[in-house]
Design a protein around this ligand. Structure first.
Ligand SMILES: Cc1cc2nc3c(=O)[nH]c(=O)nc-3n(C[C@H](O)[C@H](O)[C@H](O)COP(=O)(O)O)c2cc1C
Length: 404
């Protein structure tokens, strides 16, 4: 359906060529100072027409706040926000009246609903993500002010061009357990320090100048060949409190995976050491505990990606999302029409040759929605428990020992 979240509930609306797109957010805490400008920053990073690496569809994506605030302060009531669609060109899509675009959603929407939007991707279009990014910006604003939480995503690969730190470790003999770690020291220090300014310094949104330049060339090559190319986005969440995530079905990473795989064009998700972690033995993969300066427990390494048993442990959460090459390409493809007639489709319209530079703020937004919702749920549990008289008769093995 079109609603995400339990206590911070976001419903998005709109199709690629209708009057407007946007979201209704229910459950935003009252008393948050918020302006359209706080939201617009992320809208500008997502909007089409940003550079020669993205679709030339030119939308300003100016966000209009409709309800839920007075004097720049949230009331705790539903916040409605919308963005007008201004640069639609439905006639660009006339050939797709005959052809379902291969690997797009035209065929499956029609099979499912028996009817579909007459042009563009309708609800499956990335236009839908306008509402997510706006809602995510509000969540992120609260998380930053109330908890100091930082969310930074960046492009980690385009086609076969990878950030060197994220590239596969050198091939080693099958029985050599000591040679490799799932991720290099260099990559881990990037995760610890990378900022949005570092990311936005390059059109590709890869914070590594030499790799960013190669990625740019790769995208231009796909564009010039009337083709497209995929990539990955890595995201890090810093300063998260412990205790977020609801075992067993709503584990922190399960919610993150759900959120990420709901973004159009996603094909994969991994958290922490991910698939590469399977290549090292447990003795190298376990995150040993250490005492932090404040007396609490931290971990020496963080291959878990900040989540154990579906619950955050206060270490940074980091994860990676795979995006396929966008389906709509202008190169002629042999395919069948809706009625089964074999033919050739060379799509017109304006399209992204690679979605990852624009996907960065969408990944950040969906991460913010997950954190916000799970944080409100944990806060409500703790507030309810805090109303009860303390129990002093439990065996010591049932409670956290006092810090030394
Ligand atoms: C930021 C962004 C931009 C996108 N731009 C395009 C595009 O220009 N052309 C296209 O065919 N798909 C584009 N997509 C992907 C499609 O929306 C998506 O592939 C389609 O809805 C089918 O869904 P699926 O790939 O998740 O199966 C974009 C996705 C994102 C996240």
């Amino acid at each position: 359906m079109s609603t995400f979240g339990t206590l911070f509930r976001v419903t998005t609306f709109g199709e690629s060529h209708c009057a407007s797109v946007g979201a209704i957010i229910d459950g935003c805490p009252p008393g948050l100072q918020l302006s359209a400008a706080d939201i617009q920053v992320q809208m500008n990073r997502r909007r089409p027409g940003q550079s020669n690496l993205t679709t030339p569809r030119n939308e300003k994506d100016a966000v209009l706040l409709q309800s839920g605030l007075e004097h720049g302060v949230t009331l705790g009531t539903p916040i409605a926000l919308l963005v007008r669609n201004e640069d639609q060109r439905p006639h660009d899509y006339s050939e797709t009246d005959l052809y379902p675009r291969p690997s797009h959603a035209d065929y499956t929407y029609l099979e499912k609903y028996g009817i579909k939007a007459s042009s563009g991707g309708g609800r499956s279009s990335a236009r839908e993500t306008v509402g997510r990014v706006a809602a995510g910006a509000i969540a992120e604003h609260y998380l930053k002010i109330a908890y100091g939480i930082e969310i930074v995503a960046f492009v980690s690969s385009v086609g076969k061009v990878h950030l060197p730190m994220a590239a596969a470790v050198p091939a080693t003999a099958e029985d050599d357990d000591d040679a490799a770690e799932p991720m290099s020291e260099e990559f881990r220090s990037l995760l610890a320090g990378v900022s949005r300014a570092d990311v936005d310094a390059h059109l590709t949104r890869c914070p590594h100048p030499e790799t960013a330049a190669r990625m740019e060339k790769r995208i231009i090559r796909a564009k010039d060949a009337l083709d497209s190319i995929g990539g990955t986005v890595t995201c890090v969440l810093r300063n998260l409190p412990s205790g977020l995530g609801e075992p067993v079905f709503d584990k922190f990473e399960a919610k993150l995976a759900h959120a990420m795989l709901s973004i159009p064009a996603t094909k994969g998700f991994e958290i922490g050491s991910g698939f590469r972690g399977t290549e090292v033995p447990g003795s190298r993969h376990n995150d040993a505990f250490v005492r932090r300066a404040d007396g609490s427990l931290g971990t020496q390494t963080n291959w878990s990606g900040g989540v154990q048993g579906g619950i955050t442990n206060r270490e940074d959460v980091y994860f990676r999302v795979a995006f396929k090459p966008p389906a709509t390409i202008s190169q002629a493809q042999a395919t069948a029409q809706y009625d089964g007639t074999q033919g050739s489709l060379a799509a017109r319209g304006r399209h992204d040759p690679c979605v990852v530079p624009r996907a960065v703020p969408i990944v950040e937004a969906m991460a913010a929605l997950v954190v916000m919702d799970l944080l409100l749920i944990q806060n409500s549990r703790q507030a309810a428990a805090g109303r009860l008289p303390p129990i002093t008769t439990l065996p010591a093995t049932m409670v956290m020992p006092p810090r030394v």
